[in-house]
Design a protein around this ligand. Structure first.
Ligand code: ATP
Ligand code: MG
Length: 385
């Protein structure tokens, strides 16, 4: 697929900007804080309706404005599409495809596919599980757009169940001061509350199992591709393994058994849940384990090894999306070349060639060889222009 043009209005530090993309590779060149990453973020939002930087909409709208707009024209094998995303400070969004307002975001997701690789991704190995879940969810949204809806349903049930637990916890704290020990809280649940909790449990289990199953399947597909890239980049016998580690025991292709295990575990944890006023079991607490030769990568890896791992993950994402959607996605490279040594830089640039339309930010052109420079469109970015 090829992004032909993009138009930004009141998005981040861009007031009004139109850009035509004229080559498979575009280098966005500029000093710090000029708007290079903001431009990649705009493309990423059109692809995933999510921001890598986990920004909220009010941060995306240009200071002093109420509404931001990102419009783009995309060429795919199936034809040309016009995409538009309107963001408002109050968080309300409008998506528009070929001039028509789209009611369900799942009809918009999947039109443009993109993989973003930025220095933030190095946190995928070093950071906590939340970042890995966010990464996996963003990938899944592109592989099967209906996942956005599945995840939204789960998060909604989770929020409501948490509010319910918090409410009970607050009430029983008042009771505790009246000499009702915490350990008796569960038995002290009124019949009404117990029934209500049972309803939330059932919904959490149904929606959560859908999330777990899809994440598991995505990792099963991604893991062998990433392991292959990893072996090729590291040129060694180190074996990369990626495993989805849900906090309930799962059995492949057996949704009913997953649901039962999920329900059993919730019921076991009900006392601490009531005490803490929050849901302790479910995919919002799952982990994606990254291991090299069976040792957790965050403990094992030198910085260089961790970078190799993230690079392998990103190349695997590109390949998997291409396999699933049948066309190469865009690649958005934000400041990563500087983080890679020359050999890894070459591996990455070789893998891209002209196969993936690539937008790449940099503060200087030193990392690119003359062949790259000659075949790239170079845009200078300065103060949101
Ligand atoms: P670096 O090389 O440091 O990564 P960059 O060119 O990638 O720089 P960006 O992150 O794209 O920089 O842009 C940062 C600039 O955008 C900052 O000057 C910031 O103040 C500005 N900015 C961010 N959000 C908004 C907003 N909502 N309204 C106006 N300006 C904003
Ligand atoms: Mg930047």
């Amino acid at each position: 697929m090829f992004l032909q043009s993009i138009q930004l209005r009141a998005f981040r530090n861009y007031r009004e900007q139109y850009i035509d993309f004229t080559a498979p590779k575009t280098i966005l060149l500029g000093n710090n804080a000029q708007g290079k990453s903001n431009l990649l973020e705009a493309v990423e939002l059109l692809a995933t309706l999510r921001s890598h930087r986990m920004a909220r909409d009010k941060e995306l709208v240009c200071d002093g404005e109420e509404i931001a707009q990102i419009k783009a024209c995309l060429k795919r094998q199936t034809g040309v599409s016009d995409l538009a995303l309107t963001l408002r400070r109050n968080g309300r969004r409008t998506v528009n495809l070929n001039g028509e307002n789209i009611r369900r975001q799942t009809d918009f997701l999947g039109v443009l596919n993109a993989v973003e690789f930025s220095s933030l991704d190095l946190e995928l190995v070093r950071g906590g599980p939340e970042g890995r879940r966010h990464w996996l969810d963003t990938l899944l949204v592109q592989l099967e757009p209906v996942y956005a809806y599945i995840l939204q349903q789960y998060n909604q049930v989770l929020r409501q169940r948490n509010a319910f637990l918090k409410n009970i916890a607050a009430t029983s704290r008042t009771d505790t001061t009246n000499n009702s020990p915490l350990s008796t809280q569960h038995s002290a649940l009124s019949t009404h509350n117990s029934e209500q909790l049972g309803i939330w449990d059932a919904q959490l289990v149904t929606t959560g199992t859908r999330v777990i199953r899809r994440r598991e399947r995505a990792i099963q597909r991604l893991a062998p591709i990433a392991a292959k890239w990893h072996a090729s980049i590291s040129g060694s016998t180190e074996i990369l393994q990626i495993k989805y580690a849900p906090n309930v025991q799962t059995v492949e292709n057996q949704s009913e058994q997953v649901q039962q295990a999920f329900l059993d575990k919730i019921q076991q944890r009900v006392i601490p849940e009531l005490r803490q006023g929050t849901t302790l079991v479910g995919p919002h607490r799952d982990e994606v384990e990254l291991t090299i030769n069976q040792t957790p990568a965050r403990q094992y890896g030198s910085q260089g090894q961790q970078r190799t791992l993230v690079l392998a993950l990103k190349l695997a994402e590109l390949q998997l999306i291409e396999e699933v959607v049948g066309e190469p996605p865009l690649l958005l490279l934000d400041d990563v070349l500087a983080e890679l040594d020359p050999s890894r830089q070459n591996q990455l640039l070789d893998a891209i060639q002209d196969r993936f339309q690539t937008l790449i930010t940099t503060t200087h052109l030193g990392s690119f060889d003359s062949q790259w420079l000659n075949s790239s469109q170079i845009l200078s970015v300065d103060s949101g222009k």
